[in-house]
Design a protein around this ligand. Structure first.
Ligand SMILES: NC(=O)c1ccc[n+]([C@@H]2O[C@H](COP(=O)([O-])OP(=O)(O)OC[C@H]3O[C@@H](n4cnc5c(N)ncnc54)[C@H](OP(=O)(O)O)[C@@H]3O)[C@@H](O)[C@H]2O)c1
Length: 244
């Protein structure tokens, strides 16, 4: 399938209600794709949906939302089903939903460990497993997993987060090898620091040194425009002039 033109393609963005996911949903819609975003908060999804529709330059494609917790395999299956019901297919799955809780391992609660592993790793597994048969049936697709530089640059206080993202990198690479002959490309994008509300961060006015969600979104859309013979499987994106 010709992936250069995103118009008329359909995309699911998990964690599309704010931050990188919202910026990605906007960029996909501006590129002409139909977009289904999910998250756990109805209110956040409603306001994200209005924000996406209001974007100047957006084409006349569809934006829709689904309240989904990716930690639940049945909800992940329904998310993919919703894309098929709304758009007739699923071309792009952007596994972006993720959480970070940072503390020394000796003080990390079991709940915090589970939340990170269940969201950042198992949630991606559930969404990919549900999407692959649908993509195969329609001749291919592209799965992009939003990982982190933390996967390959672990740091003190980040044991569960770094481990969940390292596991995600391994999942991504195995899956890429399993499905590429079915026309399904699988990549991971690993950002450095991004100015979002991630892990309770208060975003700046956009004038700081961090990446913006839109910078990561641009990397997603650039990937999706690669010709069918090309598979950039690992992309790292970092602030060009980080804090010293
Ligand atoms: N910000 C950074 O510096 C940075 C750097 C590298 C990588 N990343 C990765 O980038 C991704 C997006 O992060 P962000 O910075 O945009 O964070 P964010 O602003 O906190 O957004 C996270 C999104 O994920 C959703 N989400 C969380 N848990 C979910 C669940 N169980 N089911 C469905 N949706 C869920 C949130 O909505 P609800 O809470 O309403 O569900 C929200 O839409 C994450 O995977 C993160 O690990 C971030």
């Amino acid at each position: 399938m010709d992936m250069l033109d995103l118009e008329g393609r359909s995309a699911v963005v998990t964690g599309g209600s704010r931050g990188i996911g919202l910026a990605t949903a906007i960029a996909l819609r501006v590129a002409g794709a139909d977009v289904l975003i999910c998250g756990r908060s109805v209110d956040a999804l409603a306001s994200a949906s209005s924000r996406i529709r209001a974007e100047p330059g957006a084409m006349n494609s569809t934006v829709t939302t689904a309240v989904v917790d990716v930690r639940d395999s049945e909800q992940a299956r329904r998310l993919v089903q919703t894309s098929v019901e709304q758009f007739g297919r699923l071309d792009f799955l952007i596994n972006n939903a993720g959480v970070g809780r940072f503390a020394p391992l000796a003080e990390l609660t079991t709940d915090a460990w589970r939340e990170m592993v269940d969201t950042n790793l198992s949630g991606v597994f559930y969404c990919c497993r549900a999407a692959i048969p649908v993509m195969r049936e329609h001749g291919g697709g592209w799965i992009i997993n939003v990982s982190s530089l933390a996967a390959t640059h672990p740091f003190s206080g980040g044991s569960a987060y770094c481990a969940s993202k390292a596991g995600l990198n391994a999942l991504t690479e195995s899956l890429m090898q399993e499905v590429r002959h079915d026309g399904i490309r699988v990549s991971c994008i690993s950002p450095g620091s991004v100015d979002t509300e991630f892990a309770g961060n208060a975003p700046s006015s956009g004038s700081g040194w961090k990446l913006s969600g839109a910078d990561v979104a641009q990397a997603v859309v650039d990937l999706l425009r690669h010709p069918p013979r090309s598979l950039p499987s690992r992309v790292e994106i970092r602030p060009s002039t980080p804090r010293k």
